[in-house]
Design a protein around this ligand. Structure first.
Ligand SMILES: [Zn+2]
Length: 194
């Protein structure tokens, strides 16, 4: 079972592991909720404890400032060193009782340039017809890329060279990717039955 709290009314929710990544309505307050990949205890945001978590120092700086500026809009923050790079995941509130899972990945390309991939999970494809509809919507979501991961989750993506970023552009891009993922999710999925 995955246990977490509704971030609006704090109702304790328990759903089956197979529902990870799906979204539905809180039975108490009807807010849109996303089922996290693992249980989240409490409803407290967790911030970057390790000052130099990402291998890129500029990204560390942008991310720390972002965490402060968006303190009230970030939930369930987790960091991990993965084989393809350092990654941070969190849920970002995108407005009106909605939020998106965002994943940042710091990696180097073939030219040894430091990049950040900004990904937002749109939703889990459970029916082929929704996958087809998703692909038909791709054009209107340029310049973001769309891909499916191993768990059939549709992901909106953008990759930026860190030397091209400043604080404002970093924050704007993270928010834009999450907002666009939200729009796409609404178009394709509506609300899942949990
Ligand atoms: Zn609720």
């Amino acid at each position: 079972m995955i246990e977490f709290n509704c971030r609006q009314c704090e109702k304790e929710l328990k759903v089956d592991d197979s529902k990870a990544g799906l979204r539905g309505k809180c039975p108490r307050c009807s807010s849109i909720i996303i089922v996290p990949e693992a249980s989240i205890s409490g409803n407290e945001p967790i911030f970057v404890e390790n000052d130099d978590f990402f291998s890129d120092n500029d990204l560390n700086k942008f991310y720390k400032q972002f965490s402060k500026n968006f303190e009230k809009h970030i939930y369930g923050h987790r960091i991990s060193n993965e084989k393809w790079g350092d990654s941070a995941r969190f849920e970002l509130a995108t407005g009106n009782r909605r939020s998106q899972l965002v994943w940042l990945l710091n990696f180097k390309n073939e030219a040894d340039e430091s990049n950040v991939g900004i990904f937002s999970f749109v939703g889990k494809i459970t029916l082929m017809e929704s996958a087809v509809r998703a692909l038909q919507s791709v054009d209107s979501f340029a310049p973001y890329g769309i891909s499916l991961d191993d768990n059939n989750r549709l992901i909106l993506t953008t990759i930026i060279k860190i030397s091209n970023l400043d604080q404002e552009l970093f924050e704007r891009t993270v928010v834009m990717v999450a907002t666009k993922a939200d729009e796409l999710e609404e178009l394709i999925f509506g609300v899942d039955k949990l």
